[in-house]
Design a protein around this ligand. Sequence first.
Ligand SMILES: C[S@@+](CC[C@H](N)C(=O)[O-])C[C@H]1O[C@@H](n2cnc3c(N)ncnc32)[C@H](O)[C@@H]1O
Length: 476
Amino acid sequence: MASRDAAERAAFFARREAAAVLRRVLRGDATRRAAGSIKSLVYSPTVRNKRATFALVCQTLKYLPILKEVLGSSGILNSKCKKQEELVVVTAYDILFGQGIAVSGSAEQLIMTHKDTLSNALDRICAKRKVSNVEDLLGKKTEVKPKPRFLRVNTLKTTTDSVVEELGKIHMVDKDDMVPDMLVLPPGTDLHSHPLVTNGKVFLQGKASCMVAVALSPKPGWKVIDACAAPGNKTVHLAALMNGEGSIIACELNKERAKTLQHTVRRSGANNIQTVNGDFLDIDGNDPSYAEVRAILLDPSCSGSGISAERLDYLLPSYSRGEQDDASTSSRVLKLSAFQKKALSHALSFPSVERVVYSTCSIHQAENEDVVNAVLPLATSLGFELATPFPQWHRRGLPVFEGSEHLLRTDPEDNLEGFFIALFVRKVACGGVEEPSEDVALEVPRKLVRRRRNRFRAFSSLRLSRMILCSNRGLW
Ligand SMILES: C[S@@+](CC[C@H](N)C(=O)[O-])C[C@H]1O[C@@H](n2cnc3c(N)ncnc32)[C@H](O)[C@@H]1O
């Protein structure tokens, strides 16, 4: 009896957590302005029972068209219930197709009262469509080939060998042969609530995503900008690559996502990151505060078409309506592409920057090769060249312009998500290792600006303090 009570209580709370996530998922899908993927919304810090919530959200979405039809035909979703529509839908899923125990809560009582009516409506729909069970009513299944579970060891808090030793006690663990501090575990390994993850010693980050910061290769002590930073996986990877030395300004436009970014930074233990809630395009590269920025990571908003399977987009209503098909020429992608070109041109225009990495998790040429090609004349005029990140990697950019072989693509065929990386490098005098830039004018502004920096410090700190959200540690 006590265990039944505990199970019912757990189910009660899981339904409410699932309903809250479902509301955000459906609103984001309807407006095409998702606050995050289904997974990222479930695995956000505010959700307590992540496993049950994830299962309930996914299953409810899978059954959503049927649930809406059944609830609609029974008149249950009347205006009285409208405010808690998602909770009613989740509860209806749970009672009709899930575990079925529900004794407390108004939504539960509503569905229990009408359970027979709902079951009869379901039978009628099956009979009308000439199918013998509900599973046959569901659309065709989308098969997603399981990918290995990648994770990145946060070397600010631990060592790769100690993580291998700890995880190796229960899992098969391999070190990745290309990306340092990246471990590979069998597909489906669930580590979301593992202490190594919750305490920030390990980040559940895909291999392709980790290749971006490694491609940028900032040195310890550098000043770096992560231009579009939330949720912050690449920001904290940069901090680890820099051994926590130097400084990173992590800029994020969206207020809510800026909070997630701060949470990621705290979890990483990095203390050389300033988070800024603002528009990267508003950061003035000629402001003395940014005179010594040497590297910029630009991973701007994109269509996410390279990770749509991992994001479970096939569960979204817009997917079943066919609105996500062949978006390569859609106005949304073209709009994104225009922003990406603007942001990349802006990053390249910072006077002291030597390295800019541009990345997307899109498979569309319009967001990848076309963006790079469009900014190439500007990049060349500023002394940048395309460099070849991970030269040993076989899949390069689509051959749509000369030089696209420098670009890097990853693909589900590589057992990875669809990512794109371009690396721009400006030749500068650097301890005799690299050739001095032929255009010494590129070096002059940096020295001048450095001198001016002290004079303008008061002005710039005032300007910055308006933007800085979290602690100002005097890094800039
Ligand atoms: C693809 S996500 C970045 C993912 C992140 N690099 C990571 O690995 O965790 C792009 C982010 O850029 C933010 N963004 C979009 N436009 C921006 C702008 N103009 N300035 C700053 N951030 C922006 C979005 O809100 C979004 O959080």
